[in-house]
Ligand binder design. Structure first.
Ligand SMILES: [Fe+2]
Length: 298
């Protein structure tokens, strides 16, 4: 059974949501702003990488920074819905320019432990989440200006996935995709299809009119990219969980589908950077920074 929601949504609060689509990784980042003040948060920002060249740039993050500056907004939070395996976070870069606190789910420590081993990180790599300013637990809340954001633990895709509910808007990370996209894979280390199904049920227990914002969209069947839907729409039309599709049926579908998927193109650089809260690994004795490629491990 899905656990009950740890808070009562307040749909009278309607945050301003500004999306930014990153084409190379099909990621949508968001600015979420309090309509009653100049306070805002940034959810799931993207750092640009030319992986073949080993080159990192910040064009996408600079657009978000410019937008916040032009509007005179104040950045209070940088939120990571989870440790992404398909893009690199730009949260620390944005934080150095605009301030704000960086938050992620408390199970980041599990992810750090798993991938600390996979990448054979030394003891200097802390696995206690201390690279972040705040580690959220299920039911935690925080303020963005006058708005209260509520955090629900929605694991399954990864152990640290959280859904952030702010007024009538919820940021689901990779817990759900648009109704015609279904759900995210659950086969990464620490992922679990049955756990994901139960997490999705918690999201679907939110009020039907609540706006849902996706972290990814791949435009299935050639449609244009979309990122916003509602709980009611997902309940009715989601191809993996809609119309009351049961847990066992979902698990069977998810596991057989995951067995056919290749690793995401950027999983190796993404995890090394994102498990460090978006920081690159420390430079070596020569002052150069390297990312590792573990052979025959993932
Ligand atoms: Fe993800």
């Amino acid at each position: 059974m899905a656990e009950p929601l740890p808070f009562t949504p307040d749909l009278s609060v309607k945050p301003v949501v500004v999306p930014f689509f990153d084409q190379p990784t099909n990621t949508i980042s968001y600015i979420v702003k309090d309509p009653a003040s100049d306070a805002c948060a940034v959810v799931d920002s993207v750092m640009d990488i030319d992986y073949a060249a080993g080159r990192i740039t910040y064009d996408g993050a600079d657009k978000i920074i410019a937008y916040i500056r032009e509007h005179g907004w104040r950045l209070e939070w940088l939120i990571e819905t989870h440790v992404h395996a398909d893009h690199l976070s730009a949260a620390p870069y944005i934080q150095t320019k605009l301030g704000g606190k960086l938050g992620i789910g408390e199970n980041i420590t599990i992810v750090q432990d798993t991938f600390g081993k996979i990448f054979n990180e030394g003891t200097e790599f802390q696995r206690d989440g201390s690279q972040f300013d705040r580690l959220f637990k299920d039911g935690d809340s925080y303020k963005i200006g006058g708005m209260t954001a509520h955090v629900i633990h929605t694991p399954g895709h990864t152990p640290a996935c959280m859904t952030h509910c702010i007024g009538d808007a919820a940021f689901v990370g990779d817990t759900l995709f648009m109704p015609d996209g279904g759900s995210a894979r659950a086969d990464f280390p620490g992922g679990d299809a049955r756990t994901l199904y139960r997490s999705i049920q918690r999201v679907l227990a939110l009020p039907g009119e609540m706006r849902l914002f996706m972290c990814h969209d791949y435009g299935p069947n050639g449609r244009d990219i979309q990122w916003e839907t509602t709980v009611a729409d997902e309940r009715e039309h989601n191809i993996h969980v809609g119309k009351g599709i049961g847990e066992d049926e979902f698990v069977k579908m998810r596991e057989s589908r995951d067995a056919t998927l290749d690793m995401p193109r950027l999983i190796i650089p993404s995890l090394q950077v994102n498990m460090r809260a978006g920081q690159l690994p420390p430079a070596d004795d020569s002052g150069k920074t390297f990312l590792k490629v573990p052979v025959n491990t993932l």
